[in-house]
Design a protein around this ligand. Sequence first.
Ligand code: PGA
Length: 260
Amino acid sequence: MRTPFVGGNWKMNTNKAAAVALASSVAEGVARGQIQASCEVAVFPPFVYLESVGAVLKESGSVVQLGAQDLYHQPDGAFTGEISAAMLKDLGVSVVLTGHSERRHVLGETDHVVNQKTRAALDAGLQVILCVGEKLEERERGETDAVNLRQTKIGLTGVSAEQMLRLTIAYEPVWAIGTGKTATPTDAQAAHRAIRSCLKDQYGPAVAEGVRIQYGGSVKGSNAGELFSQGDIDGGLIGGASLKADEFLAIVRAASSSQS
Ligand code: PGA
C-alpha cells in the first residue's frame, strides 16, 4: 500500500505575507482534516520565503513538509545565484523537486543536469520528486512512453535502490501544465503504468511497487478524485490550484480517501 503524496508547487507566486497566510491555512486545514496517516502533504514556496513558511509549519507543529522547487548539484563554490542541498536542509527543507517541466523547457535543463541534481539531493539525505512528462508534439508523434522512460532512466542513473525509498516521480504531461487541460484518468494511468514497469526493469518489483508516482497538470478539486482512484496514481503535484488553500485542501482530501 502506497501512501498518496500531494505537493503544492507555488512556482514564482505569492509575496511574503501571502506565502505565510497560505501556509498557515494549509497547515490548519490538514490538521483539521486529520489526514496525517492517509496522505503526505508538502508545499514548495519560492526560495526566498522558505524560512518564513518553515517557521509557520514548525510553530503550528504541522505534518506538512517544507519543499524547495529546485537546487544546484554542487555543494558550494562560485555558482552565482544557485542554492545547494545543504542550504535547503539548513532551512528545514525535507523534499525538493527536480526536472520540473518549466526548468527543462523554459530554463533549458537537460536530462543529465536533472540527474546531477537528483543525485545531489538524494546524497544529501533529501527526498526528491523527479518530474517527467512529454510535450504535446511528442504525444502526437506517439512518443509519450519513450520520452517518459528516457527522462526516468537518465534521471535515475546512479541512484541506488536504497535511495529510491526517498524518491517520488511526478508524471506531468507538459501540455496539461497550467493549461486547464488534464490527461484523462485512463491516459494518465497508462503513462504511470509504463513508468512503473520501467522502474521494475531498473530496480525490481519491490522497489517499483513502493515508489509513488504523482500526476500533475491542471489537477483541481473537481477532477482529483477520479485521477487518484487509478491504481498507479499516488497523489498529485499541484500548481495553480495549490495557491488557493480551499482548493488545495479539497485535492488533499481526495488523495487521502483514495489510498491505492
Ligand atoms: P498546474 O501545474 O497544476 O498549474 O497545471 C502543475 C505543475 O506544474 O506542477
